[in-house]
Write a protein that binds this ligand. Structure first.
Ligand code: GLC
Length: 753
């Protein structure tokens, strides 16, 4: 065969295989190809206009795909507790569909209160299946911002005051969602710890505080959970808006943590053309043109990552390097979700999902105090009196973007009526809180109007309570403005609507009064030592009332633990100045400035440091049974892991801590074994102890079981801001194990060299 002919054949072969790859028709679902191969295959086929179109919204909750190549649009949906009802193309109001009433799962503060990773996986799998069934590709949740102030209006959506708890609890949720081919979008990144002036305040803090308190939950979600999406927050960090904050997005998230997913802006959080291009934002969503000013016609073309971006490329102010990175990440997300070769179809409103909602809500319910009044024992023909607006007020509607349209919501009153069908159950209003019943045109259909005066309401409640076998006050907060509500913070932690006076009056007449506080954030309980029992209930979703009844009746033995401290008063907390919260105006600064002067001392870290007594401590929760702890055992008495290590290191296990737990009471139950690490004295001021492990163990009455908790090098480390690395100090370390941060049962020491 002549050389020429051989060359011809060779060229023909090369041409044919490239031709085979470069079909410009739809991008087939080729399961044999990896996500990365498909990204590399598609990217060079896109025009610049197509790549830019991928990076910004085309409607309220969607961005354009590549119709020419059969690459679908990307659909996002709120929120962390359930799948938001469909909205109109460019409206916040619901679109009035009749097929989008979802399962309302509990708020994430309730999930955190379960301290149960299995519950978190169940939650993620269930809500992920509902998102997939509704054909949504990015679930805008979970939220993991730290409870720095009890006043934050969105504490109910987050997972408490400790970054280790929030991080470990969010990982299974992220994995469960993503098993369904839906991206979890962890939010709001980062240091977004209040709602007051949330789009105009710069959170200013040192690196040690940032790395030890406000990043770890996001870091764990990305590095352990494998989150596919992150949402930038509205606020600024050290003077730069977080939807395009170079330090947070490029240096830390995509640099130090190696995040390969998409950074999504909060809605209207993108504020600058150049920063949006160069600082690591991948997808710009919102409602109006530049994120915050009024809508113009076809406002989406006015987005920072839309025509302004094309203009900058055209006139040479921007290249296409950043654009290719954005487009690659968006394509990767599409190939992981809507175009995943393992096609998922999800499920919606299944009995399993409602059962999951009920289980999680019950497992998160916290028994704070009990002198024996619980569990309830109402005989047939007995009388149960329930007092309070939160016994009947539906909470799934309202509160901001996490508001839902659900098929049903069982109220506490309904749950208790079901539990005691043969008892006389009387409900009295007790107080008037929030009578609104709708949000974004979704309405609960309730009529909460009330004409009686507060004194009449109390008189009616007291007379109804006469001769009752049990009286339960069910109050707390709600989802209205100034309560647990996106966009506003509370003004204090005192219960609103005069509830304290009502509880005091009731407790004077009814020594066995039981109080249920339903809230998503801490409230003060000045009457705690005047009532028989106290339960912390949450926004439990569709099955809220049944879950609460399960715990009050003992059908479920309570095992929830507080994910945040309940202080006696707001003034006991670490935020003492306007500079710390809610922030101050400074000469020459366009934005409000807020300084995290308290450093790492938030939550129990603060109350420990200052020896301030609290109402109920972080990690607190009782059971209807009791548990004993054997002696803590360590796999080693000494460790040679002192010294410093890189910012992304320290994940190797260095110690195993074990303890045998026994159920010494008469009922089956579950204990949350909590592990706190206490450092040796040193020249850097550190928290007295920090949560570094937890395991929930279920034990039958009389049964014992072993709990083993592994510790990594990171568990002993503090962040050195000057060297920009983690440091383990040598010395005698104490490992505490206990039932709460203030109920430590056993400890052991390990010396670190
Ligand atoms: C809201 C919230 C965010 C939500 C988004 C879309 O302003 O901050 O949590 O996912 O906009 O509704």
């Amino acid at each position: 065969m002549t050389k020429r002919y051989t060359l011809f054949l060779a060229l023909l072969a090369v041409a044919s295989c490239t031709t085979a790859v470069r079909h410009d028709g739809p991008v087939y679902l080729d399961p044999a190809r990896s996500v990365e191969e498909r990204v590399a295959d598609v990217l060079p086929r896109l025009t610049i206009e197509e790549k830019v179109a991928l990076t910004h919204a085309q409607s309220k909750f969607s961005s354009r795909g590549v119709p020419r190549l059969g690459i679908p649009e990307v659909w996002c949906t709120d929120g962390p507790h359930g799948i938001r009802p469909e909205v109109l193309w460019d409206e916040w109001d619901q679109a009035g569909w009749t097929n989008d009433s979802c399962t309302a799962f509990p708020a994430l503060s309730c999930l955190a209160a379960t301290w149960d990773k299995d519950m978190s996986l169940l939650f993620g799998r269930s809500i992920g299946a509902e998102a997939r069934y509704r054909k949504k590709d990015i679930l805008l949740g979970p939220g993991v911002n730290i409870c720095r102030t009890p006043l934050n209006g969105r504490n109910f959506e987050y997972m408490g005051e400790d970054p280790f708890l929030a991080g470990k609890m969010v990982v299974p949720y992220v994995q469960g969602v993503q098993e369904n081919g839906v991206a979890a979008c962890v939010k709001h990144y980062a240091v977004n710890n209040q709602e007051t002036k949330r789009t105009a305040t710069s959170s200013n803090l040192d690196d040690r505080t940032l790395y030890e308190i406000y990043l770890p939950a996001f870091e764990t979600a990305v590095r352990e959970g494998g989150a596919w999406a992150i949402m930038g927050s509205y606020n600024l960090y050290n003077g730069q808006f977080n939807c395009h904050n170079k330090r947070l997005l490029l240096d830390i998230l995509k640099g130090e943590w190696g995040f390969d997913g998409v950074v999504v802006s909060d809605w209207g959080g993108c504020r600058d053309d150049d920063e949006a291009i160069f600082n690591g934002l991948d997808m710009e969503f919102g409602t109006w043109t530049n994120g915050l000013t009024g809508a113009a016609s076809d406002s989406y073309r006015n987005y920072h990552l839309a025509d302004p971006y094309l203009q900058r490329i055209a006139d040479g102010r921007a290249g296409t390097k950043e654009l290719d990175d954005k487009a690659s990440r968006i394509l990767r997300t599409i190939f992981r979700t809507s175009m995943s070769p393992e096609k998922h179809f999800g499920s919606f409103n299944s009995p399993e999902h409602y059962d999951a909602a009920r289980k999680i809500a019950a497992a998160g319910t916290v028994l704070l105090q009990n002198n024996g009044a619980l569990p309830l024992n109402i005989p047939d023909g007995g009388k149960l009196v329930i007092i309070g607006e939160n016994a009947v007020k539906k909470m799934v509607v309202g509160g901001g973007s996490s508001s839902l349209k659900t098929n049903y919501e069982i109220t506490p009153l309904e749950g208790l009526q079901e539990a005691f069908p043969n008892a006389e159950i009387i409900w009295e209003r007790g107080y008037v809180g929030d009578t609104s019943t709708s949000y974004n045109k979704v309405d609960t259909g309730q009529d909460l109007s009330e004409s009686r005066s507060p004194s009449q309401l109390l008189a009616d409640a007291l007379s109804a309570a006469e001769g009752a076998d049990a009286v339960i006050f069910i109050g707390g907060l709600n989802k209205s403005k100034g309560q647990d509500n996106e966009g506003t913070d509370r003004a204090d932690i005192v219960l609103p609507y005069g509830q304290d006076a009502v509880i005091e009056a009731l407790s004077a007449a009814i020594p066995s009064l039981i109080v249920v506080n339903i809230s998503g954030s801490p409230v003060a309980m000045p009457w705690a030592d005047k009532v028989a029992a106290i339960v912390q209930g949450w926004y439990g979703g569709s099955e809220s009332g049944r879950a609460l009844a399960d715990v009050l009746t003992g059908a479920v033995n309570p095992s929830g633990r507080l994910p945040f401290t309940l202080p006696k008063a707001l003034s006991d907390g670490p935020l003492k100045t306007a500079r710390q919260y809610p922030g101050i105006q400074e000469e020459g600064s366009k934005w409000w400035q807020e300084y995290y002067d308290e450093g790492v001392f938030v939550g129990y870290r603060w109350y420990d440091k200052e020896n301030i007594p609290v109402q109920f401590p972080f990690g607190h929760g009782l059971s209807y049974t009791s548990f004993s702890y054997d002696n803590a055992r360590l796999s080693r008495k000494a460790l040679a892991c002192a010294g410093s290590f890189p910012v992304d290191g320290g994940n190797e296990e260095v110690l195993k801590v074990s303890v045998s737990i026994s159920n010494t009471g008469g009922l089956d139950g579950a204990e949350v074994v909590q592990l706190y690490v206490a450092p040796p004295a040193g020249d850097v001021e550190r928290p007295v102890k920090e949560l570094r492990g937890f395991e929930k163990i279920s034990l039958k009455s009389g049964e014992s079981g072993m709990v083993t908790i592994p510790l990594t090098r990171r568990a002993f480390s503090r962040f050195d801001p000057d060297a920009h690395c983690w440091v383990v100090d040598p010395g005698e370390w104490t490992i505490h194990l206990g039932s709460s941060s203030a109920d430590l049962r056993t400890c052991a020491t390990v010396s670190i060299k």
